[in-house]
Design a protein around this ligand. Structure first.
Ligand code: SF4
Length: 352
């Protein structure tokens, strides 16, 4: 199902068969800049046109917010019901200065089976459309106010749904809408080489983050089964290519477990992996997920590993634990299969 939220002004003109053409700009502004949810609220459109739109589409969004949960640390998680009753989650993070970041999903579930991630326990139901991705930002904006940053770190692997993700970014970047700069948008990938190269060649040139987890090939294969078909040297070359084309620093996300990936050999492997790259290593203490065979690292382990990397000259940052009270922290998103439709909608899936 096509959502109006994923269309640019010119596409709205075509889709709705309207004239004059500036009506497309007006509708786009109402949806994205002003965040209205009803056509009736689009006051500069003729009443008969608003009625027609309401008759044809009923509401602006094709999805609805089911639940809103707020953690005491300020993080909020919303569950969103899509047109086919599939459910995805999106998270709102707020920094000390009040800037808000939307963490959005790109797929319902995920096919890649990372052994430390709750989303992986769902498997993959389907890809999201550009409109369904944009609507996550719209729902968060309506609940919590203007969104400054968007990160594709929710459910799913964004580079396995790159057409729709790119389209969503085009909409979110549009100056008549959310007007979110390319540097304020981050795609986080588990390491889809073809997608990284395509991003480098065709854009959008948003920030790129890689869930590296470890630079030890054997260990990575155990933690992330997709690594079996994506050797680290291929991944390294793809990142080098991306950096050459874009000039952008890449963030390496290093989810840290208790006693698994903080050995001396992990440091050496990481040094080898980044030797020709400009990177920031973001250390993320693993957030517990019931039933998964890992233990969260002690604070002393996190501090010691961070110190080790810094002493080796590696630039690091620490992700503080947020959103755990609502299962909204990194790696904790999932809506179980038994709450999802038996036959999800039609937007196809793509293999790695
Ligand atoms: S970590 Fe990302 S790529 Fe891996 S299973 Fe979870 S959502 Fe998918």
């Amino acid at each position: 199902m096509n959502s109006l939220s994923g269309l640019l002004p010119v596409e709205l003109v075509e889709k709705l068969n309207i004239s004059p053409r500036f009506r497309g700009d007006q509708i786009f502004q109402w949806i994205h800049q002003k965040g209205v949810s009803e056509f009736e609220e689009m006051l500069n459109l003729p009443a008969s046109f608003r009625e027609r739109l309401t008759g044809e589409y009923s509401r602006v969004s094709s999805s609805t917010v089911e639940t809103v949960q707020q953690d005491k640390d300020g993080t909020a998680k919303i569950t969103i019901k899509l047109y086919d009753s599939a459910i995805v989650e999106a998270v709102l993070l707020e920094d000390e200065s009040g800037r808000k970041t939307a963490c959005v999903s790109s797929q319902v579930g995920c096919s890649l089976g990372c052994t430390f991630c709750r989303t992986a326990t769902m498997g993959l139901l389907r890809n999201l459309s550009a409109g369904e991705i944009v609507e996550q930002v719209l729902h968060l904006k309506r609940q919590f106010g203007t969104i400054a940053n968007v990160v594709f770190m929710g459910m799913g692997e964004p580079l396995l749904n790159l057409d729709e993700v790119s389209k969503a970014i085009e909409v979110l970047h549009h100056p008549d809408g959310h007007n979110i700069g390319m540097r304020k948008i981050t795609i986080s990938t588990s390491g889809i080489v073809s997608g990284i190269k395509r991003l480098a060649d065709e854009g959008p040139h948003v920030r790129l983050a890689l869930s590296l987890i470890t630079a030890d090939q054997q260990l990575r294969e155990k933690l992330m089964p997709m690594a079996k078909t994506t050797p680290l040297d291929e991944l390294q070359s793809a990142l080098q290519y991306h950096q050459k084309q874009t000039g952008r620093r890449i963030t390496l996300e290093y989810v840290l477990f208790h006693g698994i990936n903080n050995r001396q050999e992990d440091l050496r492997a990481l040094q080898r992996f980044i030797r020709s790259l400009k990177v920031l290593v973001n250390i993320i203490p693993w957030n517990p997920v019931e039933g998964l065979p890992y233990t969260e690292p002690q604070q002393s382990e996190v501090a010691a590993f961070t110190r080790t990397l810094e002493e080796a000259g590696i630039t690091t940052s620490r992700r503080f634990r947020r959103g755990r009270g609502v299962n909204g922290a990194c790696g904790q998103l999932a809506v179980p299969r038994n709450q999802q439709p038996q036959q999800p909608g039609t937007l196809g899936t793509i293999s790695p």
